[in-house]
Write a protein that binds this ligand. Sequence first.
Ligand code: PEP
Ligand code: MN
Length: 380
Amino acid sequence: MIIEIEGNRTESLQKILKLAEKHGNTIEQMQGRGPVDTLHVIGDPTGLAQHTDYLETIPGVGRVWRISSSYKNIARRVSAGQQRSVIRESRCVEIPGPDGLVRHFGGEKCLFIIGPDSVQTREQVVEAGRKIAALADKLDIRDRVMLRAGAFKPRTRPTDFRGMGFEGIELMDQVREETGLPYVSEVMDHTLVERLAEHLDCFQIGTRNAQDFKLLETIGDTGKPVILKRGFGNDAEEWFNAAEYIANRQNLNIMLCERGVKTMFCGKGYNRFTPDLNVITYAQNQTVLPVIYDPSHAAGNDSLVVPNMLSAMAFRPAALLVETIHEESFRSEQLCDAKQALAMDPLENAIKAVLDFEAHILPHLDRAQQYFVDRASAKA
Ligand code: PEP
Ligand code: MN
């Protein structure tokens, strides 16, 4: 922790020293060339950090920076005793299906989470499941595919279709049995977590609930895999700290999902949200969690979904989460996110392109990136 303070502020300095002492910290003062000095807090800053706001009210104090991360359970870099910095290994989230195959999120390969926005009818989800499973088998990627469909839908307008609830979950259970593929579905209410945990293979926390701390903790208590979407107004640190609420409950089966953020360019006719691809790399560097990308909500338009998938591939997401439509004729009946649903034909071509990208382009990227890996290790 570092505190900026004007020189010759003896009274203010005394206040800081007293508070630091109370929390078992000592302070090292570094004199600046100009009118401002910096105070370096020595020792565990957790206690003193609770008073950051207060510290900034003390006369002469400028900014107060917290240097150590508050998301210790998921952080890539942590301090451990004498070793000042330890770099932790990446984590893999494993989700088995009734077909006996385990999906490894965070392994070498990019996985695919595919399915409709929401469950609407039995026929729709059964047909979607069949087609997705057939495609997975045809492309020999069954162990890289998980289904998705929402039964509890967060909607901006309360009068819009808000999902089929548990009836939809039971339909997804049937689709899982029939296809052998595991599925993920969204949960919005912490009181439903326990009941839902008996059904789905993976929870999804949507962008609108990304900072529902009670929901995060309750899912943490289940120990089940969870996809945590980034809140569309959240910066990266807020997103990581949301994940820490889950990890704090001893559940590290978390996947972070970037899905586009709100910017001044949203709703101007060319994107629904603004994709923040750089944050995938940042999240991979700052945390040990698998990071996935949702091109569907970022694009908001099916014709933009495939370029979004391929662009994201250069950032090596652990999975791509793509909303689909099982047949074009259903689009007029789809009650949520109809515009961005990718039809099966372009989906097949997009997945083939992703597989080609993995096999033929990523090795080139590896070679190009080696320069930066070498440069970082030379600096270390
Ligand atoms: C969804 O996956 O259908 C969804 C509602 O996602 P988000 O929370 O990212 O909008
Ligand atoms: Mn959706």
